[in-house]
Each structure stands twice: as C-alpha cells, then as structure tokens.
Design a protein around this ligand. Structure first.
Ligand code: NAD
Length: 282
C-alpha cells in the first residue's frame, strides 16, 4: 500500500464533540477531506448546524447533533444517531472542552485574586471537571460501546480510533488557565492511557492530542478579541507564535486513520515547544 493511501478514510465515518468551533471544527473538516462521513456535535446546536451546512455545501457528507458532553445520555444518543445514519462509527474525537477561567495569573501577567486555591470557586471546579474530564469519559465510553460492535459490520472492519483533545496543561503547570483545567487534562491523559490498554484487544486505538496555544474561541475568544494579548502570547512560545487550527489537521488525520495503525496510548504534544518552558516567565 502506498503511504498516502493509509490516510484515506473513504467508506468510514467519524463523530466529533465540540465541533462547532476551533480544534473540533478542524477535526471534522479533516475527516471530511479524507473521505469520511462526519457527525458534528456540540452544545451549541446552532453552530454545529451552521458548520455542518458549510461542509455539505462543499460536497462533503455530514450531519449534526446537539450534545452536551457533561451528560452521558446526550452522548449516548449522539452515538446512536450516528450509527443509525452511517451504519457504524470508525473514528471518535472526544474534543469538547473549555477553560472556566480564574487562572493563577491573569492574561496581563498579574496575580488573579480569585485564582488562588484557598478562595477558588468550587462551582467553577465542578463545571470544569464535568466537561473536561467527565465529558471525555462519557465520549470514550460510548465510542467504545459502538466500536466494539464494528466487527459485526458487513465490511468486517474491526475496532476504530478514538482521539482525545488533552492539553500541554496536562504536562506542565500552565498557571494562566484555571487550576481545575490542569487537573482535568492530567486526568484525561492517564484515563486515555488506560483506555488504550484496555481497548487494544478490540482493535480500538486511543490517543490524545495535547495542544499548546491555538487561536480558537476558547475563553470567550479573548485571544481573537485582544490583539495585544495575542502578540504577548506569541512572544512566549518558543517557535514564536500561537498556532492556527489548520496546523492540527495532519496530526489528527494520522491518529484517526490507518496511517497511525501502530499508535495507541500516545499523548502527542503539538505546542510550539511550550512544554520546554515559555520564552519568558508567564
Ligand atoms: P473553542 O471554544 O473554539 O471550541 C470548543 C467547542 O466546544 C465550542 O464549539 C463549544 O460550544 C463546545 N463545548 C463547550 N462545552 C461543551 C459541552 N459541555 N458539550 C459539548 N460541546 C461543548 O475551543 P478550542 O480551543 O477549540 O477547544 C477544543 C479543545 O481543545 C478543548 O478540549 C480544549 O481544552 C482543548 N485545548 C485548546 C487549546 C487552545 O489553545 N485553544 C489548548 C489546549 C487544549
């Protein structure tokens, strides 16, 4: 088989959570570009419908569903709808996530009084864990359920690929994001490693993409609204700039497709070198 053929997803399908924006939208786009049928899910149903319509207009096969990943029944329903529409599920991106704010540092580099542990708002903690960690558990749980059934499909294809969006904050103390976000992403990393171990016997690979700073709508899109803050961030990154979402697509396709057939349990950093330390102290 030619190397580039291993990236082809013709005849396969994938579901993405948090697909109305940012990295999730990039994952949905690259799945479609590689030939897969795609379900875009998001708590923002309007956004998922809008981006789905855009992909369909471009000639891709796509559908959308409303899904809050913090609710197991909604995630299960989204996978059931996907399987009913496309006859199975080969790829799942457990991507939806958010930063609830109140990092130790403000984006301006001053100490945030509300970001200190002794006064940290517990409701923010519970919300972050509910989406960033529980949401990943819900998505991997339901992806495993439907992918274990793949061996019964007419094409006989076994298993599948699950890709989780982690963060460089799983590895380093990125004190500008809220502390529950770091705890959730570190939990995601280790959960991913166990899921990969357990599901390997079923031909299901599980990997994580650990992005550094990408320009998306995370944090209410503060980096898009505030060019000065973005310029300051660009200077912190060893390669000299924040990333644009198209830059995650080749890695996402590698992990989703047969090109990554020997990869499982990997936590792949795509962070412009932030794991090595910011150029200047945050
Ligand atoms: P984004 O805000 O552009 O996109 C996130 C999407 O998730 C939005 O469409 C939002 O509506 C959706 N969402 C939020 N809560 C949800 C819920 N409960 N259920 C379903 N959907 C929900 O942000 P992004 O940067 O693309 O974030 C995607 C993932 O990437 C997240 O897991 C985030 O933690 C991770 N990440 C982002 C960066 C970065 O710098 N942008 C860095 C590391 C990790």
């Amino acid at each position: 088989m030619k190397t580039l053929d291993q990236f082809d997803l013709t005849g396969r399908s994938g579901l993405v959570t948090g697909a109305a924006s940012g990295l999730g939208l990039a994952y949905a786009e690259v799945l479609a570009e590689a030939g897969a049928k795609v379900t875009l899910t998001d708590i923002d149903a309007e956004g998922a419908a809008r981006e789905c319509a855009r992909l369909v207009d471009q000639g891709y096969e796509a559908r959308w569903d409303s899904c809050d990943v913090s609710k197991l029944d909604e995630v299960a329903r989204a996978f059931d709808h996907h399987v009913a529409a496309y006859g199975g599920c080969d790829v799942a991106f457990a991507n939806a996530g958010l930063d609830v704010g109140n990092g130790f540092w403000t984006p301006e580099g001053t100490r945030n009084p509300e970001g200190q542990i002794d006064v940290y708002d517990p409701d923010r903690w519970y919300k972050s864990i509910g989406i960033n960690l529980n949401g990943v558990f819900h998505t991997v749980r339901e992806a495993a359920r439907v992918m274990k059934a793949n061996k019964h499909r007419p094409n006989g294809r076994r298993g599948g690929s699950i890709v989780i969006t982690s963060s460089n904050a799983a590895e380093v103390n990125e004190a500008i994001v809220g502390v529950p976000y770091m705890a959730a992403k570190a939990g995601v990393k280790h959960f991913m490693r166990h899921a990969a171990y357990e599901l390997a016997a079923y031909g299901i690979r599980v990997n994580a993409i650990a992005p550094g700073p990408f320009v998306t709508n995370i944090g209410d899109g503060w980096v898009k609204k505030n060019p000065a803050a973005k310029a300051a961030w660009d200077q912190l990154v060893p390669v000299g700039r924040m990333a644009e979402t198209y830059q995650v697509k080749p890695l996402a396709l590698l992990l989703a497709s047969d090109a990554g057939s020997y990869m499982t349990g990997a936590h792949v950093m795509i962070d412009g070198g932030m794991q090595l330390g910011p150029v200047k102290p945050l």
